[in-house]
Design a protein around this ligand. Structure first.
Ligand SMILES: [Zn+2]
Length: 197
């Protein structure tokens, strides 16, 4: 997704797609750049968690509230594909397409498998793998996707470690079977037909 939040010197002149500056106590500035205008900045005086746009959101993936028990509870009886399921912000926030593909690969779960047909044990594994994948990506400074930049404006390097995303036809890093691509909920979906069940 395009757009970014960056910490910069407050006297940096704004560019064409810069929409909001928050001046911080240390004199720096948190600047929102949003070329496609998908972002929003909303003022609230109450607890932000109770805002109508936020109160129905699921937990943050790196919080303790996000775990296999949480996924298992929500997945009961659901026939939706597990990849679509974990990308739904009402279940858990912030798992984008790339990280969903990668976490499912590292968990050995087929992206199209019905969410309600995955054992608690495998959902424990999936939740834990999602955390690892996100933490690794954060350490590497994110994934380079066109204009992605970290909060210092530098591109990320996580893309060099992607196991399946964007690699259709290339050998699976585990078993050398060619990675397959299909479209699920309008999103590019990459998996190893041998390692992921
Ligand atoms: Zn494989």
């Amino acid at each position: 997704m395009s757009g970014n939040l960056r910490i910069i010197r407050a006297d940096t002149p704004p560019g064409k797609h810069d929409h909001l500056d928050l001046i911080l106590a240390d004199g720096n500035c948190l600047r929102l750049q949003d070329p496609r205008r998908f972002g929003a900045a909303l003022w609230t005086q109450g607890n932000p968690d109770n805002h109508p746009l936020l109160q129905t959101l699921g937990p943050e993936p790196l919080s303790d509230a996000f775990n296999g028990a949480h996924l298992h509870r929500l997945a009961q009886g659901r026939r939706v594909a597990i990849k679509t399921f974990i990308m739904n912000n009402h279940h858990v926030v912030g798992i984008g397409n790339i990280y969903a593909n990668e976490a499912l690969f590292h968990s050995g779960i087929r992206p199209t498998r019905a969410a309600g047909r995955i054992s608690r044990k495998r959902l424990d594994q999936l939740a834990s793998t999602i955390k690892t994948v996100l933490q690794t990506a954060i350490q590497q400074g994110g994934t380079t996707l066109r204009d992605f930049v970290d909060s210092d404006g530098k591109p990320g390097y996580f893309s060099q470690q992607l196991a399946v995303y964007g690699r259709s036809g290339e050998p699976c890093p585990n078993c050398n079977t060619p990675v397959q691509r299909l479209t699920s909920s309008q999103r590019g979906t990459f998996f190893c037909p041998r390692c992921q069940r």
